[in-house]
Write a protein that binds this ligand. Structure first.
Ligand code: BTN
Length: 335
């Protein structure tokens, strides 16, 4: 029935009353209102105006399993299309991946959801995904490497996401090429505003100091037009460039980049120069926030092959900073 209501709304170019929709569907106005709410929950944007009725402003970008599978088969190393774990609604795709890893899910498994309700961010923060407006997915790898080699992976994933967004946007924009950058270590940001478009959360499962599973979670804001006040640094592709990218296309573009470059994931020499080119933090004055300590003003100099940020402190001393230990901010704002 919800599908029939959506079909009716899709064929209207102006508002249509709840009474008329109810008449065509053979249900009450209250039932129409209830279904409208359900469609909104699924990510459709439906305006309601008194005395006029309902207007479908934007159809939801529904991320389904079958089309995700087709897209991954077409765009990437086909191994990634073999183990897709899909849930329409989930708590967190990283948690889906963790649970599956513990039950033995193989290398190159991918975890996708249409609606992620308890997304997790770095440093214990949460990650907000509005249904249908953002892409959230996680990759599970079983690399044969030791835990010390994992740090740069997060930077690698950020670079894959930034490259994919730049490439998709370059094909759509009429003037100039949109620039997508990375705030060290792995926040995806829009240039020139320096607001946050997305982020990466890498987690590991260790067994006797051996890497049992590596989980790379990627979240990108695509269609959100408003964010809660505590996320004033956040933005979306739509808010920045007035372009709505489909989640499936973004997933496919990231995975294409990932599949092309993943053989070098643990060889940062192959991609670090491009990471540095995309790194918004380098060459800027930043504030290092380390636990309870007073924030420290430093100059960001470089990123090394271990994924560490090399900075010059106020006393002129060089030091290296590891992701996960500090948060880095610009002097006047987030980036
Ligand atoms: C950050 O910037 O703090 C990292 C955000 C990572 C969010 C993604 S969304 C997909 C995956 N699942 C999660 O719960 N988190 C990551």
């Amino acid at each position: 029935m919800k599908k029939s209501l959506l079909a009716l709304l899709l064929q209207e170019s102006t508002y249509i009353s709840g009474a008329e929709l109810g008449r065509r569907l053979g249900v009450s106005r209250a039932a129409v209102w209830k279904m409208v709410e359900q469609l909104r929950q699924a990510g459709h944007i439906i305006d309601a105006a008194s005395n006029r009725g309902y207007l479908l402003v934007q159809e939801a970008d529904i991320l389904g399993l079958a089309e995700a599978k087709r897209a991954l088969q077409a765009c990437s190393d086909s191994a990634w299309a073999l183990n897709i774990h899909y849930q329409a609604v989930t708590d967190s795709t990283n948690l889906m991946a963790k649970r599956a890893a513990e039950k033995g899910a193989p290398d190159k498994s991918i975890f996708l959801a249409h609606d992620q309700q308890k997304g997790r961010g770095r440093l214990g923060r949460s990650w907000l995904s509005q249904p249908g407006q953002g892409l959230a997915f996680s990759l599970l790898l079983r690399p044969k490497t030791s835990p010390e080699n994992l740090a740069p992976v997060t930077l690698f994933a950020g670079l894959m996401a930034a490259r994919a967004l730049e490439c998709l946007l370059a094909g759509l924009q009429k003037e100039g090429s949109p620039e997508v950058a990375i705030k060290w270590p792995n926040d995806i940001i829009a240039v020139p505003g320096g607001q946050k478009l997305g982020g990466i959360l890498t987690e590991t499962l260790l067994e006797e100091n051996r890497v049992a599973a590596l989980i790379i979670g990627i979240g990108i804001n695509l269609g959100q037009t408003s964010f809660p006040p505590e996320l004033e640094k956040a933005t979306s592709v739509l808010a920045q460039w007035s372009t709505k990218l489909r989640r499936l296309d973004v997933l496919a573009a990231i995975m294409k980049n990932f599949a092309q470059a993943e053989k070098d994931m643990f060889q940062p020499g192959a991609w670090l120069p491009d990471y540095r080119r995309h790194c918004y933090t380098l060459g800027r004055q930043v504030l290092l926030h380390e636990g309870e300590k007073e924030p420290e003003v430093c100059q960001a100099l470089d990123v090394d092959a271990a994924g560490q940020l090399l900075v010059l402190d106020a006393a002129g001393r060089k030091k290296t900073v590891r992701a996960g230990e500090v948060s880095v901010r610009g002097l006047t704002g987030y980036a």
